[in-house]
Design a protein around this ligand. Sequence first.
Ligand code: SF4
Ligand code: ZN
Length: 334
Amino acid sequence: MKCSACKSSNAIYFRKNEGVALCGSCLIGNLEDKVRRAISKYAMLKPSDRVAVAVSGGKDSLSLLKILSRLTARFPDCELVAVMVDEGIRGYRDRALSAAKAFSEGLGIPWAMTSFRQLYGTDLDEMAASRPGSNPCSYCAILRRNALNRLAGELGADKLALAHNLDDEAQTFILNLIQGGPERAARASSPITPHRPGLVPRIKPLSGIPEMEIALYAHLNGIPISSSACPYGRGALRNDVRAALNLLELRHPGIKHSIIKSARYWGELAQCASRAGAKSCGICGGPSSGDICKACAIAEETRRRGIAVGRPVSPRAGPRPTQARSPPSADAGP
Ligand code: SF4
Ligand code: ZN
């Protein structure tokens, strides 16, 4: 089958929901163009933004770093810095972060790193051991989000870019509907979070791109794809939701896009509502929907279990992160 775009090369991928076949080079161009259009449509970036890109070492975050480095190349005042969090998962995250550092350096992008140990005085392996039978993802995700926000804040970032893809977003929306309620489902669905005190606005440039296309993009660009998975898994319910959505997509191509379209509509409504209800955490001063933010609540609980934890601090007053190089200066290019 020939590529529907260039009409000359052999297609390597068929995008069922659009009825379009693409060769490798047209897939790369098409995917980057989709991301560029999403950034523009949702006003995710300004030409002079300092963008902290959350990099875990997986194919999605490394692809995001590559795409943003290409898209921002013609904006000399836009700066990228790769931000990393070491949760303390022995044999897994340490290896992924080594690959992430090397990849960032290969692109000429500075990186900065912090860790659960540095911020909370303990790591995920210890926390999981102290909570037998718990799902580590439930507290890991909250602490990781908090750590990324603090690191991005310390670096003076204007935006924090996350590599959530279409599959992640659709799964999270359904999971939140099941477990967190419609308000949380709507809040998490927006491709850009609103400005709130203590919260670096989060953008999700890949949220309209299926995981399969990002995997192909990574492969075609020689981006390392790790085969190792987190030893804690991603939770039984998420796995079931993923399997159900994949089956639905197979039978009804485009259904994940439809879910995200509805989710974004809800997200817009939720943004209006959340502006009225924004609060600050009584312990760390960071953004919170209650009197104490979730990261501080987890730290308090961990302290009660007898594991020493560092006192949570506000996003711009915390300990300096470990850095490979100095934070980018205001006049440095990406
Ligand atoms: Fe953390 Fe769960 Fe992701 Fe592992 S799979 S890194 S425990 S959120
Ligand atoms: Zn082509």
